[in-house]
Design a protein around this ligand. Structure first.
Ligand SMILES: C[S@@+](CC[C@H](N)C(=O)[O-])C[C@H]1O[C@@H](n2cnc3c(N)ncnc32)[C@H](O)[C@@H]1O
Length: 321
């Protein structure tokens, strides 16, 4: 049902840069996603059933291992220790454009085009301006070494970058301080739920390639929503739980091309676009546009596409004004 609806979505036109993206009409699905259960939803008709998943319970031990500032005892934690360990092990390589984060470096211009286009349209900003995001308060949740936070700051946004891995934040800080255009970024080793406790609010909340690494995607979306001002924007990118994603994002990227360390991704942790839209809806965020990222092996470039069968990005708005 939801897949059929997605097939009928409109292509949204926009001025240059012109990402191909999907505008989602009223998104309905009869499939349920319990926020108290972090198991993925049942597979769609077009995707295979997920294998049994073990979900790591929230752990406050992350505080000692990955960042002494994180204390999640009082809030439901999005932290999955084994996931953080993977990122901690390769933290030094964030700014090596030929290293393990090469795919993110290559994707960066494309995902920034989507973010600039959707945020400018939503907040009525001029996409062609040198600093199109001027005046917007944006948080980059799971910012890693800051490869997205920095260009957002250069586009004029007041940027906060947070990550649960302390080493990532240290690398991000050192790198941002190299350029006066990015040295005003606020970096912090913390979690979205911790900032919710502190009642922080942002015009736009962005979490790219993070939700597939958290303990409970539905709870994580609730935290992202709580950080978003009413009428503000939430942008999430992740990988679809499809057979194509298994073949390309895991088998090819990790085992054949060695783009990513083996074990970077668990197929069962991926979400379908319908599932993401549903858990966002339950968190009071309505998905308005979606686009896929597709890789051209001949040019080595990524581009925006209607094909959301592997990598995709969603733009939503928080209910209320
Ligand atoms: C694949 S990286 C994506 C980095 C960045 N968003 C980007 O796309 O360039 C995932 C990041 O999320 C961070 N992370 C994982 N779980 C997290 C959580 N619960 N809270 C905050 N950050 C988290 C990891 O440490 C890692 O830096």
């Amino acid at each position: 049902m939801a897949s059929k609806l997605l097939r009928r979505v409109l292509i949204v036109s926009d001025r240059s840069p012109r990402p191909s993206s999907r505008s989602l009409p009223g998104f309905t699905s009869s499939r349920l996603f319990s926020s108290s259960n972090s198991q993925p939803l049942p597979a769609t008709a077009s995707s295979p059933p997920p294998p049994p998943t073990t979900v790591d319970p929230p752990s406050s031990s992350s505080a000692s291992k990955f960042g002494s500032k994180i204390r999640n005892d009082s809030v439901r934690s999005s932290i999955k220790d084994p996931e953080l360990a993977k990122f901690s092990a390769i933290a030094d390589t964030w700014w090596d454009s030929e290293g393990p984060f090469k795919p993110l470096h290559l994707m960066n211009p494309t995902r920034l085009a989507f973010i600039r286009s959707t945020l400018c349209r939503h907040f009525r900003k001029d996409t062609n301006s040198a600093r199109p995001l001027e005046g917007l308060k944006i948080i980059d949740v799971g910012c890693g070494g800051g490869i997205l936070s920095e260009p957002l700051a250069r586009m004029g946004a007041v940027v906060t970058g947070i990550d649960a891995v302390d080493k990532n934040i240290k690398i991000a800080r050192v790198h941002a301080d190299l350029d006066p255009g990015t040295s005003n970024i606020e970096y912090s080793c913390t979690t979205a739920e911790k900032l919710v406790e502190e009642q922080r609010k942002f015009d736009a909340v962005i979490a790219l390639e993070v939700i597939e690494h958290v303990a409970n995607p539905a709870e994580f979306c609730k935290s992202l929503s709580a950080l978003t001002t009413p009428g503000g924007a939430t942008v999430i990118s992740t990988i679809n739980r499809s057979m194509r994603a298994y073949a390309t994002a895991i088998v090819a990227a990790e085992y054949i091309l060695h783009w990513l360390p083996k074990g970077t991704h668990q197929w069962s942790s991926f979400l379908t676009p319908e599932e993401l839209a549903l858990i966002l809806k339950r968190a009071s965020v309505s998905v308005k546009e979606m686009a896929g990222f597709v890789y051209n092996p001949l040019t080595g470039r990524w581009s925006l596409s209607d094909d959301i069968s592997v990598n995709f990005i969603a733009f939503g708005t928080k209910d209320g004004q």
